[in-house]
Write a protein that binds this ligand. Structure first.
Ligand code: NDP
Ligand code: MG
Length: 385
């Protein structure tokens, strides 16, 4: 069989680098046909070299122009900017697009891949949070497909294989609870950037690590699940599971509950999405059944984790709310990382921006992009007030 050609968008990031490990371990079944990076261009060149990629996309034009592109494979196609991404994903030679750019910056290229009717392995949850209904329409019209990479959604997707939609009562997304699960609530306002960047079970990029600490990550995942699986907000629950071994549950109408389990290692959901529908041996870590293991589950405390209610609210209202919440959160996380916002201000600031926006039930893509910019501005205004 010939290799599946993968376009790895965000190849220099945490998911991107894990994906390259999965590809390297696939015995030639998968190939990193194209790789993209934004600022880490040496790492990008190295990826292209190691994997014999045919296309390399440097999305930050200024850095790309200033970079000395030495040692790239001969005959490689070099593209720049967001347009470069759009050209790369539409390449007829590409079989699967791994969408692993962080934040709203990943929306357009994911959409372009689906417009081209591609299979998209989706790590960039922000795409569905911002534009769930638009993505659903494009999927219907262009015949592409979306396979989740986010571990919870991969778990749900795996547990749902072969099930009919009407057989599913609800899904239960697990959450580690992050580093501050057991801290006294009164101390949360003192949290520093370095404390928030240490996650107890997962190794991830900085934005999603902060999102996990505030549980905004789970809020985004509730909205992601709403659009990915076409569920109502009421069908999506969250349970705290500190060990991060069960990645989520699906509860069926007869009361049976299926879980997907594996150590916290993104290589498994990445591989499952790239190889779908096949299961093959791979480099992901395995559960060690020779050791005693305890799994705990507890309901989240709404006072400690106010983000979850916000996620349910946006999953219920849909329309413009996901895009506003997402942009407000991206701006708030950046402000926290820059030392301009307290940890405990992130969620209230996002709620405030969400409440002050002019809700529309059926926004166009251009409207969502405008609102994304508006919400970032509004977050600045909130911080000055
Ligand atoms: P990282 O910060 O580690 O990587 C982000 C990637 O996006 C890098 O390749 C970066 O390039 C690129 N990038 C950043 N800004 C832009 C931009 N404006 N235009 C184009 N490319 C850009 O993030 P993660 O890998 O942790 O996360 C990626 C996505 O996957 C996120 O949406 C996250 O929510 C999701 N996800 C991640 C998980 C994880 O375990 N890490 C788990 C589940 C979901 P460069 O580094 O060269 O600047
Ligand atoms: Mg997740």
């Amino acid at each position: 069989a010939t290799a599946k050609n993968v376009a790895v968008l965000g190849a220099t990031g945490s998911i991107g680098q894990s994906a390259l490990e999965v590809i390297a371990a696939s015995s030639g079944r998968l190939r990193a046909f194209s790789v993209s990076g934004h600022t880490r261009l040496d790492l990008l060149s190295q990826a292209a070299r190691d994997h014999g990629s045919r296309t390399v996309i440097a999305t930050n034009r200024e850095l790309a122009d200033a970079h000395r592109w030495s040692g790239l494979p001969g005959g490689i196609r070099r593209l720049t900017g967001p347009e470069g991404l759009e050209a790369a994903v539409a390449d007829p030679a590409v079989d699967v697009v791994l969408a692993a750019i962080v934040g709203a910056a990943g929306l357009q290229s994911t959409l372009a891949a689906l417009e081209a009717g591609k299979v998209v392995a989706l790590a960039n949850k922000e795409t569905l949070v911002m534009a769930g209904p638009i993505i659903q329409d494009v999927l219907q019209q262009k015949g592409g497909s979306l396979i989740p990479v986010d571990s919870e959604h991969s778990a749900v997707f795996q547990a749902m294989q072969g099930a009919k939609a009407k057989e599913v009562r609800r899904v239960v997304l697990t959450a580690s609870g992050g580093p501050f699960r057991t801290w006294p609530v009164s101390q949360l306002s003192q949290i520093t950037v370095s404390e928030a960047l240490i996650h107890p079970t997962w190794q991830m990029g900085p934005k999603i690590t902060v999102d996990s600490a505030t549980m905004m990550n789970k809020a985004l995942e509730i909205i992601e699940a709403r659009w990915l699986f076409n569920l109502s907000a009421e069908q999506i629950e969250v349970v705290i599971h500190p060990q991060s071994i069960v990645h989520s549950f699906v509860e069926f109408v007869d009361g049976s509950v299926l879980a997907q389990m594996s150590p916290p290692d993104m290589k498994l959901p990445i591989q499952y999405a790239l190889e779908y529908p096949d299961r093959l041996p791979g480099p992901a870590e395995r559960i060690d059944w020779s050791e005693r293991m305890t799994l705990e589950f507890e309901p989240p405390d709404p006072e400690r984790f106010p983000a979850i209610a916000l996620g349910h609210q946006c999953a219920r209202t849909g329309g413009t709310s996901g895009a506003v919440l997402n942009a407000a959160n991206e701006a708030a996380v950046q402000a926290f990382l820059d030392g301009d916002l307290h940890f405990t201000e992130i969620v209230p600031a996002c709620r405030s921006v969400l409440e002050s926006h002019n809700f529309e039930p059926r926004p166009s893509l251009s409207r969502l992009i405008e609102l994304d910019a508006w919400a970032r501005q509004e977050m600045n205004t909130w911080m000055l007030a």
